[in-house]
Design a protein around this ligand. Structure first.
Ligand code: NIG
Ligand code: FE
Length: 385
């Protein structure tokens, strides 16, 4: 589904694409500045539709434990995992959290990512969840208003609240979800549906409230177990269902029928090891549209590099290179409900990246060091020479 134009010209005015096509057909207007890119490939800016980049500290020790045979789930059950990132956040000063997150954001930008979704979920109490939203606001102000999109994530329930889950869920809805939606600080609501996290019924309860508040739904489903999560996402009319490592054939079909974007996160396969790579091929063959994102987070995918994830979606997930690059451009845009980017059609926002090489495939061919020359947001150079 991609279109390659040789000897092409792109023109931009007021942050929007005014022409993209063959040089022969381009018209240069008075006052335009022309830039010779030296035959390099130019592609739409990359779109990372699933991240958790607002966090503090690290969980390196857990990686070490996994190399000695413990699983992600066992570590979580033994008091590790998400809860540790919550504690780290609680004990880190606001400016420090902003700085740590800003570093990740700048790295992502240098790797070609021009639009980023960021989730809360390391608060697990209203005050800390809202603090994460404050950090996201700071990050947004530092780049551009149209670059960062925010999601309230119902991640897990803190151990001391598990005896009265309903009480916590209502508090979460009233003190995080409702104000965030009414202040238009967030666009999406996400729920982690998994044993040890939220049940399908709790997910439906939260999502119905979120929908009534005007938010769109994105879900973490079928990551560690096949829990009917894909069918649940389809039933809820979710914009995207993410992870899908364990999704069944029925689940894939439900997503395709509902038109819910299937978002795969190959960084988790790289980071957690084992057999659970998301099967992009099976999703495509079932008729799903497949987006690819980093899931950048300290526990399951300490990967901020979207080109690397696209390479893995192809080599480990069975996508073609064309499908993989679509998954981090137009696919990412669709997974965020955005119609103004991910392509370079007339009128689109001028989010684009220039590669060192003349062939767009160079982005995926050299995964550890994708050759990115420069990165533009709304026509303004944000990275590169
Ligand atoms: O997308 N699955 C749940 N949440 C994150 C991991 C969070 C963590 O381990 O810190 C994910 O994989
Ligand atoms: Fe995630």
């Amino acid at each position: 589904p991609i279109k390659v134009i040789q000897d092409a010209t792109l023109s931009v005015r007021n942050g929007r694409v005014t022409f993209a096509g063959s040089q022969n057909e381009a018209t240069i207007q008075d006052g335009d500045t022309q830039v010779d890119l030296g035959g390099r490939a130019l592609i739409p800016g990359l779109i990372d539709s699933h991240t958790h980049i607002v966090f503090a500290g690290d969980r390196m020790d857990e990686m070490a434990r996994r190399t000695r045979g413990e699983t992600y789930e066992e570590i979580a059950k033994a008091g590790g995992g998400i809860i540790r990132s919550v504690e780290a956040l609680r004990h880190t000063a606001f400016d420090d959290i902003v700085n740590q997150s800003q570093k990740r954001l700048q790295h992502m930008l240098s790797r070609g990512t021009t639009t980023i979704e960021i989730k809360t979920g390391y608060g697990l109490e209203p005050k800390l969840e809202n603090l994460q939203l404050d950090v996201i606001d700071e990050l947004r102000e530092s780049v551009s208003n149209n670059t960062i999109f925010a999601t309230v994530l119902a991640h897990v329930i803190a151990p001391h609240r598990r005896d009265n889950r309903k009480e916590y869920i209502d508090e979460f809805c009233q003190e995080v979800l409702e104000p965030a939606a009414s202040q238009k600080r967030v666009q999406f609501c996400d729920v982690f549906v998994e044993s040890g996290a939220y049940t399908p019924d709790e997910c439906i309860y939260i999502c119905e409230k979120a929908k009534a508040l005007g938010l769109q739904i994105k879900l973490h489903v079928d990551q560690l177990h096949e829990g009917g999560g894909a069918a649940l996402a389809a039933e809820l009319g979710a914009l995207s269902a993410d992870h899908l490592e364990m999704t069944s054939a029925d689940g894939r079909q439900a997503l395709a029928q509902a038109g819910t974007m299937a978002t795969i996160l190959p960084g988790c396969g790289l980071f957690l090891g084992g057999e659970n790579w998301p099967n992009g091929r099976a999703l495509r063959d079932a008729g799903c549209e497949v987006a690819v994102a980093t899931d950048c987070n300290p526990g399951s995918s300490m990967v901020a590099d979207l080109p690397l994830c696209a390479t893995m979606a192809a080599t480990q997930g069975g996508l073609s290179l064309e499908e993989a690059i679509w998954g981090i451009t137009r696919g990412g845009a669709k997974a965020l409900g955005l119609h103004d980017r991910g392509t370079l059609d007339i009128g689109d926002r001028a989010y684009f990246i220039v590669l060192e090489h003349k062939d767009w495939r160079s982005l995926l061919y050299n995964p550890a060091a994708a050759p990115i020359h420069s990165v533009f947001i709304e026509g303004q150079k944000k990275f590169g020479n």
